[in-house]
Design a protein around this ligand. Sequence first.
Ligand SMILES: [Zn+2]
Length: 499
Amino acid sequence: MKKLLLGIGLACSLLSADESCITAAEARTHVAFLASDELKGRDTGTEYLKIAAQYVATRFEGWGLEAPNGSYFQDFGLAGFEADPDSAVRFETPEGTLALSLGDDFNLLNGSEAGHFASLPMVFAGYGISAPDEGYDDYEGLDVTGKVVLVLRYTPEIEGAFEGRRGQRHAWFQAKIEAARERGAAGLILVTGARNEGGDKFVGFGGSQDGFHRAGEGETPIPDGFPAIHLSRDAATRLGEACGFDIFASEAGIATSGQPQSGPIENARAGFSVGVRDNPLMTRNVVGFLPGTDLADELIVVGAHYDHVGDYGDGPDTIHNGADDNASGTACLLEIAEALSHSGPLRRSVLFIAFAAEEMGLWGSRYYVQSPLYPIDKTVAMINLDMVGRNATHQLEVHGAALSPGLDALIEAENSEGFTFAKPTELEGGSDHMPFANKDIPFLFFFSGFHDDYHQVGDHVEKINEEKIALVGRLAFRVLTRIGNRDNRPARLGKRDYH
Ligand SMILES: [Zn+2]
């Protein structure tokens, strides 16, 4: 308590004129706009995200930040795919042919490629997981070559296994697709088990995250590869009745025995006619530039994603407002940009970036690093703000500090707010600093921690701690100023792969 009071006192007495324009009231105004129901949760590809982008750009312009290459927007396309509407799947069984239709009975799984085959044998491979580290392998002794593999979604219920982040990665669609593909399977069918209480909704099909597509590439069919579909429970039940294989009984068997129940499905063969078309989804980062003075060729990036996950689901409220995630960080970024426009240039240049499509897999920051507006090797540091408006006011996670002694010393020296910092030593918390970290750019990622409303419809502006946003903004502003004005750039991160 004593420390806390001292912190507040110091903050007030040391507050510079520039820093004092970072205010809780203005932060709340930004959050209230970005997280309003009218913006429908700022989903990538929607007109609502464009409105949010314009809001940020208008402020950058109003504060006199420069537009790099004449534009406050950096447009890019997500490698989006869509299913060919003629896609069809059928099963041959002793009871006859079961023809399934796209949208009702099945959907393409994220990561699916096109695939056409008339009649291939089928094999059940549990959860499609080979995890020696968890003591579990659905593929042990199983020959899937040239066959269609039927698997369950998620991970098996086994005491003490598949817990935490390390265990949950086995549930990823991409992991299941890869496991089947690398064993020579011809295709994959995924079914949500009956034991799962989360319902049986198809996950949207967006395509791979392997690369970026140019704008205007249009709808082009992609060549055959490894098709993967999500089959409805209802269709799986019908298949089971027709061929005598009950996937839900096998699911229960795995839970009861803790052992895989893999094996061929004797009385069914699968035919796929699955088409995938290239259809990039266009979106934009918002950028504002303040050129430096005598070290202007060196750059500091201050970033915050401004997108969120949109409007979906059932119930009285379906809008995922994303007040904390990440209207809070965007508001913080705006307040820092405003303060810096008042204080004037630093020795080094500063680029503010509101990133798009973070929620779909760090698309905006990955695109920026792939197509930077200023040289990456001259980018000396990155400050990321993602969720800075919740939990106890003076508790703050600062990722990256433990990896950069120089930056760590700065946050400690500038901590007149009296924050108690948590400094994770491992790189976790996937957000927009990651692509920069992969380029060995030292970073500070400010994060006020998870809460029950994370990615829920209850992430509302009413629950925002705007005082905290302002305090984080002031701290980040002073750290930014220090990095921008000192003689030496921070040391590069050691060469390592953070993926
Ligand atoms: Zn976020």
